[in-house]
Structure formats: C-alpha cells, structure tokens
Design a protein around this ligand. Structure first.
Ligand code: MTE
Ligand code: HPA
Ligand code: MOS
Length: 768
C-alpha cells in the first residue's frame, strides 16, 4: 500500500501549520533572541518596538501569568529570558504585529543592555568547571580493571562526533486562538502534542482541559520537534491569551537554525583491550555530551548513549561513564537515534584504532565480536532473536562483499589519485522509550453508520508513514477497503496523555492500541451479526472483504449493512483503547533491567571513492541487510532505510556545525551548512530484507524502522578513512567526524603524528 499522503504531497495539497487559513484579526509573532551567548540583563526597553507602525504589543517574561518554565526533565529553562541569557538566540521578547513584516521590522527597535559573561563552548571545559546538567552515570558489566591484564592488545584514544541540524523542511511554528469560556486551541508542528499542552498549562496557568492541541502532520521532525516545538506553541498561546487575538508564529529558516538545539556533539575517551584472537575483552569509555545551555532532553539522550555504547558487540567487561556538560550553545535535543549513534561511533572508532595499529581490517575485529543469542548487554538485558551475525553473513553471502573488497584492492593498485575504501557497519538498536513509563499509547475508533471509519491515535505523521500503517491495521482487522477509513489529526482532546511520536516506537505503541480498539469493535459487530443471522454464535462469524461470513459461508450481510444494523440495535460503534508495552523495567540505581521490547539489527557495507588531489569524495555503493521482522509496508520501510542512511552519511561527512568562541553559529544557513542532496546520495543503495519472525511486541511483527538505519551512516566515516589509508597509512589520524572534504584533504596531505606502535600488554610485560 502506498503512503496515503504521497498524492497530496506531490500535488502541494498537504496542510502544514503555515497553510492553515488564518482567522480575521490574526497577529503575527517575531521572536527577539539574545545577541550574545551569555549575559546578565541590565535593561530591556521594548517601548519603541511596541509603538512602531502596525505593532500591536510586545511581550516579555513579565507578561507570563504562570510559571516562566519550559524544562521538561529538569526545570532549568525559561520560556523568555528575564535576568540572564545562556545562548545566542535565546528568546527574550515577542513582537506581535498586524503582519509578519511589521513584527520582524520592529525587532531592531528593542533595546537590550547586558553585562557579558564568560562563554563555554567546549563540553570538556564545562566538565572541568563543574558545569554539569546532572550527576554522571556509569553502566558496568564484568570487571574492567582486572580484565586489562588478560588483554594482549590495548589501545586508548579520543573520538569526537559533531552536532547535526535537523533541517526538517517545515520550520518550527504554531497558530493559536482563544475559544469560548477560556479555551485555547493550538495548532502546532510538534511531535509531542501532550508536551505542548502540559507546558502551556504550566506557563499560562490554565488547566490542560482548556487546551486543545491539534497536529495534522509535520514537514519532518527527526527529533527536533519532540521537545523544541513546544516554546513556539506556548508563545503563540501566550500571545493569544494576552491580546485575545489569534497569533501565528512561524520561524524563518535562519532563526530556526540559530535558536533551536541540534544533535549533541560528543567528545569521548576510550580504552579497548583485545586478546590475541581479537576478541574484545574490555572496553572503557567516557562520554562528554555537549548539552548546550539547558537540560532539554539531554539526560534521556545521555542514557541512550550508555545503552548503545557497545553497539552490536558482546564485550564481557565494560565501564561506560557519561557526563552531560552545560555549555552556552542552544540546548541540544533529540535527533534520530537519540544519543545512540554517538555512543556507537566511539566503539567503532576504538575498533578502527585497534585495527589500524594491528594492521588488520576493522571488519575482522567487528565480525569476531558480534552479539550472539543470550549475550548480555551492559545494562543486563540479554539478546533474544539476535540477528547480528545473521545479517552480517547474509550481506557477505548475497551482496558479494568479498568481490567488492577484491575489486577495491585491484582498483587501488592501479589508480594513483583516486582511492576507494570499504567499511562494514553493523547496527543494533533498542526499541522502546528508555523511560519505561513513556511506553504507552491510546487510540479512538469511530465507525459511522454508513460503514466508514475515523481513526485517532497519539501518533504524529511526520513523513515516516505512521498514518498509513495505522490505516492498514484497521483495514486489515475490519477487512474493509482503505478508502472507507480516514486518519484524523492528532488531537489532545480526542486522544489524551500521549507520549511524543519518537523512539521509533509510535507505530508499535499506537498501532497496538488501535488493534485493541478494532478487536473490541469487531467482537461487538460479530455478536450483532450472530444475532441478525439468528444463531447467536459470534465465534462462527468472520468479516472478510466487506462481507460477513458464517463459518465459510458467505451471507448476504455486508459490512455496511452490519454496521447499520448494529446502530439500530443501539450497539456502540465507538471504542477507545490503551496499550502499555508489557515486561519493561529499569532500575537506575543498579543501572540494570529490561528497558527494550526488542532490538533491531542489520549490517551495511559502504564503499567510498576519494579524489586524493582534491579531498572530494562520493559513495559508490551501500549494500545492506536489514532486520525488518515481517515488514507490514515494504515501500514505507524501504523509504525509512534510505532516508535514515543518507541522513547518517550526512552527519558523518559533510554536515559541519561551526560555532565561534562567542557561541555564535557560523554555519547558520543552507549556504554554509551543507546537507546531502540528490548528488550526495550513494550511486547505488541495495537493501535486502532479512526476513525474520519479528517480535510479538512489534506491530504485526513488523519491526520499528524509524531510527536504526541512520546508524548505517556511521560506516561512511570509516569507509572514507579506509580510502585515505590506501594513499597514506603511516599517519595517526584523529578520530573525528564529520569527515568533510577539508578534513579529508588534511588527512591526506597535512602534518600528523606517526601511527603508534601497539601498547605492550601487562600480560606480556609480566612474562618478560
Ligand atoms: N521519517 C521522516 N520522513 N520524517 C521524520 O521526521 N523522524 C524519525 C523517523 N523517521 C522522521 C522519519 C525519527 S527521529 C523517529 S523517532 C521516527 O521516525 C518516529 O516515527 P515512528 O515511531 O513512527 O518510527
Ligand atoms: N527516544 C526518544 N525520545 C525519548 C526517549 C527515547 O528513548 N526517552 C525519552 N524520550
Ligand atoms: Mo526520534 S529522535 O526519537 O524523535
């Protein structure tokens, strides 16, 4: 089944926040942000701006009726800075005007005086100065300290991964107006309608029951709208409350890039120990997460970094510690993978460092250490339905990786100025929100008397195709034509207390709730049918392709007639249902538990081609075998794999966020921040479905697919490195992503220390 949105997308008919027809009297908001990264506010004068032509009002922290607080996990972030600001672009005031132009023009009339304070842009410096968002956490397995003595090879190093701008095509925005009796309607481009509702309640001091948040769809979120869609929606609500007029705030791209948080950059130290057969015996890692100026989702992101610190490898002795460091950058936030990719990058870097020093290919170490059935993760959960080796083997077998490797070696023999490199990238990603309580969802189904169906769930459509999957569930369970079913907007009045659409779990969670609701309705209709057919045996009734069957006999009762009959018998045709993933638990005292419903596995092989003179590169092929379980929609799932892969390659290669020492974003536009375009996409992407049984906790045994494929992109970094080493293998190159063409050029021709000799192991030293 095609994505139900594709037709309206292609025709330009899909509705986003900026497309909602505005009501008469609508005011347009523009946000005044801090001009410096850190300062104490000594004076704020908005009078001139307020008196400007067509400006209706300027709002500051003083206009907030409730709590000036938007921090979701830790209350450390004001909606509007009052006494001090902590990052460039932090919102301080909102200009409301009759037009967007008038609102933006008045921004320059706001007068702010401040005393500049020292700026930190480096997470390690933040840690040294005690600027931590929360106390560090450590995940442990086995006994690392005594394991080193058994290691034949030990390597230490440092790995850096950069941030990433979400670059959803639809910028942040919201539209809000008052309804009667103190109600507030908010249209928001958010992954978390309930988060918007909850925070609006806090800031505006009105009950959640008075606030209706509605989301039609997002022009992409990628995590950037899990938490950070909230402030703009609350601002629109505040504007509506203060002026009693509708208020629309849609950010311009440059403001969106400047004011919102991104993927967290990480700076990490590792130590890895292997035995003589390249079995990893011990791994120690310290992560420095650059949280930015406030907590936002950083504690949860940091947690997932720890969960994924050993990727798809079994390591018997692990100690992983993470620090969430407060700097003066915009608060960093969720981004596809949610800290997992950052954790996985470091162990891949450690393996790469070991391989380079030992003179073997990283794949040799990777494959040797893949998780097997029943192996324990550092957080206590053991693998079940492990596909690490299965996906690797299938990739080798049916995607011809041996020939690929031989071809590259031959190419590099005969080509002096173009070099190719290969990397294998296995992935393992845990499915479920790491916060156990968030693993719940609800659905509401109405069957109308004409036999059509309306479905509401807590899931937000943001391009990932969740609405199509929901529609498939209902169409299958009722056995009716998809055209009879409408996916309604995601709305807090229809479906309440929702988790954000995130953690790749929304199809599973909302789909399971929807299954429950549909089962209830189907059972009820089967009883009705049994009554109409006169025998009362509901167990004999089946709904098949819009027809009612009695056993295997087709009756002349159709779906539509049955529904109508039920209505006349006063049988309820509406059903709400709630689902909570069973079996999950996690103890943060011991840092052990069963946090994930299941894991998703896969392996990719990536081939990079580097122009040795210019430092430019492209990706010739990416071949991968991915564990979809029993994919319920191959078109959508394939789209998720391709999109995730390319987004991951972008993060590892060309996307470079640059801040200066003052915390000013330098790569603040599409002219200076380069994302993959159609020309940067690998020439070939071959995706093979590893058909597995799937997990009973996955919707229709079709495994979650939203985030995991991004992590295949990690291999882009290592494939480039492999190509560079085909030209120059003597240098000890820094393990730092993104591998921009500039960095590639420096790696090829710049000064670098010479590759280190492997450290002598304590065991060997003792023998001598
Ligand atoms: N795909 C598209 N087209 N647009 C998006 O914004 N977000 C990703 C992924 N795929 C995203 C996407 C992220 S970060 C997540 S968590 C999942 O979709 C969320 O949707 P799911 O739970 O339905 O997989
Ligand atoms: N993923 C995404 N969002 C989240 C998570 C997670 O694991 N935990 C809390 N919010
Ligand atoms: Mo996705 S980062 O969990 O929104």
């Amino acid at each position: 089944m095609k994505n139900i949105d594709s037709r309206s997308h292609v025709r330009g008919e899909s509705i986003y926040v900026d497309d909602i027809p505005v009501r008469e009297g609508t005011l347009y908001g523009a946000v005044f942000g801090a001009p410096h990264a850190h300062g104490r506010i000594t004076a704020l004068d908005t009078a001139k701006a307020a008196n400007a032509t067509n400006v209706f009002r300027v709002l500051t922290a003083a206009d907030i009726p409730g709590e000036n607080q938007i921090g979701g996990i830790i209350p450390d972030e004001p909606l509007l800075a009052a006494d001090a600001f902590h990052f460039q672009g932090q919102p301080i005031a909102i200009v409301l005007a009759e037009s967007e132009e008038a609102a933006r023009a008045a921004l320059s009339l706001i007068h702010l005086e401040f005393e500049p304070l020292p700026v930190i842009t480096d997470p390690r410096q933040a840690r040294a100065q005690g600027e931590l968002i929360q106390p560090p956490r450590t995940f442990k397995l086995g006994d690392v300290d005594s394991a080193w003595t058994n290691c034949t090879h030990i390597f230490e190093g440092r790995a850096e991964s950069g941030g990433q701008e979400h670059l959803y095509i639809e910028a942040q925005g919201a539209y809000a107006y008052l309804t009667e009796q103190g109600g507030l309607q908010i249209f928001s481009s958010t992954q978390g309608p309930t988060a918007v509702q909850r925070t609006t309640t806090r800031v505006l001091a009105i009950g959640m029951h008075q606030i209706e948040v509605d989301v039609t769809r997002l022009g992409g979120g990628f995590g950037g709208k899990e938490d950070q869609a909230t402030p703009w929606a609350v601002m629109a609500g505040l504007g509506a409350l203060c002026t009693r007029r509708p208020v629309k705030i849609v950010l311009h791209r440059l403001d969106d890039m400047r004011m919102t948080g991104k993927r967290h950059p990480y700076s990490s130290d590792f130590k890895i120990g292997l035995d003589g057969d390249f079995k990893i015996l011990a791994y120690e890692v310290t992560f420095h997460q650059d949280a930015g100026a406030a907590a936002d989702l950083s504690p949860a992101v940091m947690e997932r970094t720890l969960f994924h610190c050993t990727n798809s490898y079994f390591v018997p002795n692990v100690r992983a510690t993470a620090y969430s460091c407060r700097t003066h950058l915009p608060p960093n936030t969720a981004f596809r993978g949610f800290g997992g990719p950052q954790g996985m990058f470091v162990i891949e870097a450690a393996i790469c460092k070991a391989a380079e020093a030992l003179g073997v290919k990283p794949a040799q170490i990777q494959k040797r250490n893949l998780l097997e059935e029943g192996d324990a993760f550092p957080y206590g959960q053991t693998t079940s339905g492990c596909r690490a080796l299965a996906s690797w083997n299938q990739l080798e077998r049916s995607q011809g990786t041996a020939e690929l490797e031989a071809g590259i070696a031959a190419f590099n023999e005969t080509n002096r100025f173009i070099k190719k490199g290969l990397a294998f990238q296995p992935i393992c990603f845990g499915i479920s929100f790491t916060k156990t309580h968030m693993n719940q969802a609800s659905a509401l189904v109405h069957i109308y008397t004409d036999g059509t169906v309306g479905i509401s769930t807590g899931a937000v459509e943001m391009g990932q195709g969740v609405n199509t999957k929901m529609l498939q569930v209902a169409a299958e369970l009722f056995s009716i034509e998809p055209s009879r079913i409408k996916m309604e907007t995601t709305n807090t009045t229809r479906v309440a207390n929702t988790s954000p659409t995130a953690a790749s779990s929304s199809a599973d969670l909302n789909g399971k709730a929807l299954e429950k609701a549909c089962h209830c309705l189907r059972d009820r209709l089967c009883h009705t049918a049994a009554g109409i057919l006169g025998h009362g045996r509901a167990d004999r009734i089946q709904l098949r392709e819009e027809k009612v069957f009695d056993g295997d006999m087709e009756t002349d009762l159709s779906w539509a007639k049955l529904v109508e009959g039920a209505y006349f018998q006063r049988v309820s045709l509406s059903q709400q249902a709630h689902y909570a993933t069973p079996g999950l638990h996690f103890d943060t005292e011991t840092e052990k538990g069963e946090p994930f419903a299941y894991h998703v596995y896969g392996t990719a092989a990536l081939v990079a081609v580097v122009d040795v003179i210019r430092g430019t590169y492209h990706f010739e092929t990416v071949r991968l075998v991915h564990d979809f379980g029993r994919s319920m929609n191959k078109t959508i799932d394939l789209g998720q794999v391709e999109g995730g892969l390319v987004q991951g390659i972008g993060w590892m290669t060309m996307e470079e966020l640059l801040y200066n020492e003052e915390g000013r974003l330098l790569s603040n536009a599409l002219s200076t921040y380069k994302v993959p375009d159609i020309y940067a996409v690998p020439e070939e992407i071959a995706v093979e479905f590893l058909e597995t049984e799937g997990s009973p906790l996955a919707l229709l045994k079709s495994k979650a697919v939203g985030e995991p494929p991004l992590m295949y992109g990690l291999g882009a970094y290592f494939a480039l490195r492999d190509a560079i080493r085909a030209w120059r293998d003597t240098a000890d190159l820094p393990l730092a992503a993104p591998m921009t063409p500039e960095r590639v050029l420096m790696a090829l021709h710049g000064p670098h220390p010479v590759k280190p000799v492997p450290e002598e192991s304590p065991a060997i030293a003792a023998q001598e």
